[in-house]
Design a protein around this ligand. Structure first.
Ligand code: ATP
Length: 364
């Protein structure tokens, strides 16, 4: 089911009654989610991602704009009538019910021609329980399950009504690191197997990038960029997006362009033909540095952290906006720790320059 958001906007009255005014939680969001895809809605706390999800679910009414599921305009429909499955951060399972009863619950409330026989309901519940691999646990209560298992029950409960769209709001936040990894792969597998269009809200860029077909990066209610995760990582349109994606994060410097050359401090680090002379902000991905004793970019060497296949070189430079510069290079590079400085050549496709004022990308 294709999901189309058309100029979606949500304005709340300010929570601070004394100050008054309003909060534009989501501002003119237009985007089409293709049928059967998993979309990661991503951004820092307060950027409007949950509000967007709640508007798609019907839990919140938009101030402006429309929402379509396929050809259906669902903007005015109630949550119950939208045909969605919702999974929240806190699984919100019924503690006194078994796993089976929890999964059956949404089916028991179906009315009219959707009403199902007991046998059909049990068959459907078993089917989804198998899909999320909890069919062995059907007689347990939620308190007898691990966090990951509880989250899978919540997903089964959302899937049992065969939703047109599956909405997941930070579904992995309550899990420990290992379970998070496992469960996010699980969500990807379930989504692929069912082919249900899925929207996944998270503030964790790594999580979103690893499982999404497409990501939407938001800031202060405004969509900054949409695209395939790798494309957005490789071609950020502004400094915010460049900084938000990537672990370790992008290294940011004050720089300037003069005569078609990019300078960081006094070092002339790269040719940037066609770019007008100006002060700029420079972003360099950690994998954009090549240690090179004749390289033009000179930094103070602080430490080398071995990570197996790769090493992380920690250095600093007066023009760096981050306290340290992190570069990731192949472990075959032998770094001489007796030296005080390290010289780099930069990979041009890993270097981005941005307008100093509006932080938009300057292409070269
Ligand atoms: P988080 O990751 O912290 O949940 P988020 O990106 O999901 O953040 P939203 O919860 O969508 O952000 O909130 C977006 C903005 O709208 C925030 O500034 C928030 O304070 C404001 N907001 C959300 N709900 C309300 C409300 N009911 N009344 C007033 N302001 C609200």
């Amino acid at each position: 089911m294709e999901v189309k958001l058309q100029n979606l906007t949500k304005i709340f009255p300010s929570r601070n009654k004394k100050v008054g005014g309003e909060v534009v939680a989501v501002n003119d969001f237009t985007f089409t989610i293709p049928d059967g895809k998993l979309i990661g809605l991503l951004g820092p706390s307060g950027c409007g991602k949950s509000t967007t999800l709640y508007m798609i679910s019907g839990l919140q009414k938009p101030t402006g704009g429309r929402i379509f599921f396929g050809e259906d305009d669902v903007t005015e429909l109630t949550t119950e009538n939208r045909g969605i499955g919702l999974v929240f951060q806190n699984y919100a399972l019924y503690p006194h019910m078994t796993v089976r009863q929890n999964i059956l619950f949404p089916l028991q409330n179906l009315k009219g021609e959707d009403k199902m026989t007991k046998e059909d309901m049990l068959e459907r519940a078993t089917e989804v329980a198998k899909l999320v691999q909890i069919d062995e646990l059907m007689d347990r209560k939620p308190s007898e399950l691990s966090g990951g298992q509880q989250q899978r029950v919540a997903i089964a409960r959302a899937l049992v009504k065969m939703p047109r769209v599956l909405l997941l709001d930070e579904p992995l936040s309550n899990l420990d690191a290992r379970l998070r990894l496992q469960t996010r792969e699980e969500i990807r597998r379930i989504q692929r197997n069912t082919g249900i269009t899925t929207i996944f809200v998270t503030h964790d860029q790594e999580e979103a990038m690893s499982i999404s077909d497409m990501i939407v990066v938001m800031k202060l209610g405004v969509v900054q960029q949409t695209g395939k995760p790798q494309e957005v990582y490789d071609d950020p349109h502004n400094l915010f997006v460049a900084k938000f994606l990537g672990t370790p994060p992008i290294n940011v410097f004050d720089g300037k362009v003069a005569g078609g050359k990019l300078y960081i401090g006094e070092d002339c680090v790269l040719d940037v033909p066609g770019v007008a002379d100006q002060d700029v902000t420079v972003g360099i991905r950690p994998e954009g540095f090549t240690p090179d004793e004749n390289g033009p970019f000179v930094c103070n060497l602080r430490a080398v952290e071995v990570m197996g296949r790769d090493v992380s070189i920690v250095s600093d430079n007066a023009a760096s906006q981050n306290p340290v510069i992190r570069s990731i290079v192949d472990a075959d590079n032998k770094i001489d720790m007796t030296k005080e400085t390290i010289r780099y050549t930069l990979k041009p496709h890993k270097v981005f320059i941005f307008n100093k004022e509006n932080e938009e990308r300057i292409y070269f």
